[in-house]
Design a protein around this ligand. Structure first.
Ligand SMILES: Nc1ncnc2c1ncn2[C@@H]1O[C@H](COP(=O)(O)OP(=O)(O)O)[C@@H](O)[C@H]1O
Ligand SMILES: [Mg+2]
Length: 576
């Protein structure tokens, strides 16, 4: 946390110095007061007016300093929070796919919005405030000692008791605050789910049910917030109570010494002022320390995001170029312990050849692609690329070699062009070519999307087929040597699907691994090898004709699909 707070050292030092200065000025109010009252009591009007003039000048400076302190502090806070958020965000994107999805993404959203706000209000801000409080406490105690050692001692004693409060209540406060932060995170998760499912909610009349669900979560969060506030209020009230005691002690003892003739009226005034001076920062310091302590768990959670290890941390092999092949050797894998999805899979993908993977839904085809992408690590067996273990190759260099078109396309709420180029620089002609090959131009004839027109949340302005074409253009424009395709034409009508697959099969210098359920013989014939999967195993592989002649799994799949087509049951081609 120190690193975050001290990122902008100069600004921090200015704020720090201003706080000290204001603290000192604040303490000297009491001396000012003593001079004015003593001048008034002595009847020396000249001295009285002079002191008043000094006091006015003094207050002008105080106002100015206060203004400077507030504006510079606000500037410092803006920059620091911006930096803090960036560090967390960077950390989240440093991790690999598996660890990222261990948490619901709402947890990240909530951390970057709610928790950061809590940190601002209850950690950084109070931490800065403590500087001034400390100066006031130390300064006021010093002046008190100078005025009267006995009063000073009595006040130090009562103040010390107050300082123990955060030690006693700190842990309970931290847990109430953490529960509040978890509640906020849960609420964000619910909200995200409800908004994303808006269409389902409306069309299935789930409104009442969803409102009730929201209200339940909403109430729970507010209850937790109340518990946190209530716990803090109790300690703060105790601190206030004790600080009033401190002031009473000061006034009581001060009065006693005035009666005894050991103290001037001016000094009594000053002591009363110092009592107030001391009481307030002591209460405030307690409040602030309690706040800071209460943020311990939330702070640790946020810092853990910053400390996330880079995925490339323990990888040292840079894959400059894809030269020969990808080998999958006896790979077994499952998402959950004791439940295997892929079982002893062995395959070879040679450079520039075209592979089709077919098999029933749930047979593990997408999972195999995820392993080739190094999103998951095999439970046993190895995957190597050009003889190098996939887990040792720098991910950044691996992704230079491959592009994927996922089954579920994700589009950003950005323009069509930005969704294709993904922020990288391409020439107009390259963009045009990618749009041509992915048949985007075809739908642009009907309706154009301007340079600045965004495609809506997850591209909701486009149809399923159009979205898929954007994903195809996005992969093609990258010109990567390996293309992994996961049922990438599933939402396209047969004519467009055929044209696009034809383009892809014609790419000379590209290795293609394509999961497909469209078993069109004219296309399947052009694949170098068809891999047939069943229940997590590779059960057959070979050329189209060879597999048909075997009259086993592929033969049955092929005929089942064609039979369905002939009876008109297959409607997957209808959407575009
Ligand atoms: N992230 C996941 N966590 C747990 N199980 C999963 C996950 N993804 C897929 N599965 C399971 O793995 C099996 C194979 O899925 P998948 O590889 O997507 O099949 P296919 O692409 O052949 O239809 C399915 O039973 C599915 O439920
Ligand atoms: Mg799949």
């Amino acid at each position: 946390m120190k690193k975050i707070i001290l990122k902008y050292k100069l600004l921090f030092s200015i704020v720090f110095m201003l706080k000290i200065l204001i603290g000192i000025i604040f303490v000297s109010v009491s001396i000012c007061l003593q001079r004015i009252v003593d001048a008034a009591v002595s009847g020396n009007s000249q001295q009285f007016y002079r002191t008043i003039l000094w006091a006015i000048g003094y207050f002008v400076i105080v106002g100015l300093m206060d203004y400077l302190n507030r504006t510079i502090e606000a500037y410092y806070m803006t920059k620091t929070l911006c930096h803090f958020k960036k560090k967390i965000f960077k950390g989240l994107f440093r991790q690999d796919y598996t660890s990222f999805y261990k948490e619901n993404t709402s947890v990240y959203l909530s951390s970057l919005t709610n928790d950061i706000h809590l940190m601002d209000k209850n950690y950084i801000n109070p931490a800065l405030g403590i500087v001034m409080d400390l100066v006031i406490i130390v300064g006021s105690t010093g002046v008190l000692i100078w005025f009267n050692i006995w009063i000073a001692l009595a006040m130090i004693l009562t103040s010390t008791i107050i300082l123990f409060i955060p030690k006693v209540f700190g842990n309970r406060l931290a847990s109430t605050r953490a529960r509040y932060s978890e509640g906020l995170s849960e609420l964000t998760k619910k909200l995200k789910d409800m908004f994303l499912g808006y269409e389902v909610v409306k069309s299935y009349h789930m409104d009442d049910q969803i409102i009730e669900e929201f209200q339940e979560c909403n109430k729970e969060v507010e209850k937790r917030n109340y518990t946190a506030i209530e716990a803090t209020s109790r300690t703060n009230a105790l601190a206030s109570y004790l600080s009033i005691m401190t002031q009473l002690v000061a006034i009581g003892l001060g009065g006693y010494f005035v009666i005894k003739g050991n103290l001037t009226i001016g000094t009594l005034f000053a002591i009363v002022q110092l009592g107030v001076n001391l009481g307030e920062p002591i209460t405030m310091i307690i409040e602030k320390i309690t706040m800071i302590k209460s943020m311990q768990i939330v702070k640790d959670r946020l810092l853990a995001f910053i400390d996330i290890e880079d995925v490339d941390e323990n990888r040292f092999i840079e894959l400059k170029e894809f030269k020969s092949s990808i080998q999958v050797e006896d790979v077994t894998f499952g998402y959950e312990e004791g439940y295997d999805i892929l079982k002893s899979v062995s395959l070879q993908f040679e450079k520039n050849k075209k592979y089709a993977i077919v098999g029933a839904s749930g047979s593990g085809k997408s999972t195999l692609l995820k392993l080739l992408l190094d999103e998951y690590i095999p439970r046993s067996g190895h995957i190597t690329i050009d003889g190098q273990q996939l887990q040792e190759v720098l991910k950044s260099s691996l992704y230079q070699q491959l592009a994927i078109i996922h089954q579920n396309v994700y589009l950003f709420d950005k323009s069509l062009k930005e969704n294709i180029t993904l922020g990288k620089c391409f020439q107009e002609s390259e963009i045009e070519e990618a749009m041509q090959k992915s048949a985007i131009n075809e739908f642009l004839n009907k309706r154009t999307y301007g340079e600045d027109e965004t495609l809506g949340e997850d591209g909701n302005k486009l149809s399923g087929g159009q979205r898929q074409r954007v994903a195809i253009a996005r992969a093609l424009i990258q010109r990567k040597p390996i293309l992994l395709l996961d049922e990438y034409t599933s939402s396209l009508d047969s004519k467009v699907a055929y044209a696009i697959e034809d383009t892809i099969l014609n790419l000379q210098d590209v290795t293609v691994v394509s999961v497909t359920h469209k078993l069109m013989d004219s296309l399947l014939k052009r694949y170098d090898r068809i891999i047939v999967m069943e229940d997590g195993r590779v059960v057959e592989q070979g050329g189209f004709q060879e597999l048909l002649e075997k009259r086993q799994v592929f033969y049955k799949l092929y005929h089942a699909e064609h039979q369905m087509k002939n009876t008109g049951e297959d409607d997957t081609d209808a959407v575009s």
